[in-house]
Design a protein around this ligand. Sequence first.
Ligand code: FES
Length: 90
Amino acid sequence: MATVEIKNDKKEVTIPDGSLLAELDGKCSILFACKVGSCGSCKCKVTKGMENLEQPNDIEKAGLSAFGNDPSERLPCVAKIKKGKVTLEY
Ligand code: FES
């Protein structure tokens, strides 16, 4: 199991290794609207553990490019965690 810390909520959520961070929907205050990488509502800064996320796929790259292209940011609705711990802040 992998762990995602959501700084804004001061909590940690455990999700299966290899799963989309969309698993966090309903378990934290991150707003998941479209869940397909096109609205930017879920955009978060990864403050720790970026190495524990899969590289962005083409859909996420397109979304990130549209929403500022900050290399420390990811779209949790389409980003996958490999294992370990990731810390998010929005
Ligand atoms: S929920 Fe719309 S980009 Fe993630």
